[in-house]
Ligand binder design. Sequence first.
Ligand code: MN
Length: 449
Amino acid sequence: MTALRWGSATDPGLVRRTNQDHLLVADRLFAVADGMGGHAGGEVASEVAVDALRDSFDDHQRPPRSADDLLEAMRRANAAVYERSQTQANLRGMGTTMTAAALVVDEGEERLAIANVGDSRAYVFTQGELTQLTEDHSVAEEMVRQGQLAPDEVDTHPQRHILTRAMGILPDVDVDLWEVLPFAGDRILLCSDGLVREVTDDQIAAVLRRLAEPDQAAQELVARARAGGGSDNISVVVVDVVDDGGRALAASEAVAADGEARPEPVRGDEGNMTAAAPAMFSAAPAVPPPAVAPPARGRRVTPRVVLFVILVLGVLAGAAAITVAYARASYYVTLGAPGSGPPSPLNGPTARPLVIYQGRPGGLLWFHPTLAQRTDVTSDQVLASRLADLEKGKVFSGVAAARGYVSNLREEAVQAGRSAATLPPPGSPRPVPSLAPGTTVTNVARAAR
Ligand code: MN
């Protein structure tokens, strides 16, 4: 019997007022859901999805649940969110991501089934290495998969948070599904994008290597995301395989006996395979040869924008020397002239570009503000409620903070409205999830229609 141990943590982060993420941790079922849709919609969507998933995937069901049951539960959760969104005008268009892991029995053996819709993620941490299992259903990641965008451009792409697939938008949904053989020592990480926006995969791996207690690891990951800016809600579930019922030994023997099942040897010398070595892919019919390594993930250079040091006018008024520094050291974001921004299909005719000036709004003494940077964000890409602040000029102590503010404004508006853009572009090809070699997966991406 496979035995699991788990821990979780969720936090609204430092920027958002509410937490629209919801977690599910049960004996054999775990999920992270990141809701979206203005006002109450996001919170309702993720909660409805989590409740529906739990209700339709009964832990105590006999015979035991299969991966297909998880798939079915995901689709019911989708339908539950969709139906709820039709009942109230202010919930219309709400949706949620959902990444779920369940201990199931298929073909007589226990497996971890992992299902995903949206841009929350599941990772497998095995033998000290972290591998992202799920693929983000976001516009930017789809562009990478289609070769239209370099992997290291994703983090700055304006549409990196716009989803191409989400739960609750349509009556039915495509769900990506994986099955992973659980080996003692493996860890499964489920997380909302609030974690990976702030913390690199390398940093995540370091925490998972260092903290053996799943609750502690989950809390530390959330703390890291807060320290990195906490620009979004953060949710983390860590599930540890503490006992695999001797599977590791059996699997390595089976692999040694069946050379053809392996697309490629993981180690050159089979004599070196130890009992603890996880199996490779066992071939499943209709599964493409396991993939090529996933696109190299560039190291994230996240704009660390937390510290808005707003200088206090009165304190500085007396000191001329400080005033000089003050007048030049501050930056502010304001609105430029209508139509002076970059051409963009999003821009309405009256859209005004957000522009960063060095200096103080209106100038100070003989110091007049100078143009520091134009941005590619326009007034129609931020929430209307922010325009008054921008008109007056929003002041920051550095140009990086000002730029971060601009990108946060845009993200905030994208978040508030992104459910409207979650429909997949017509005719867009379905991505085929792929995996790095060496991951303990039996059945890559049995995606269901
Ligand atoms: Mn999020």
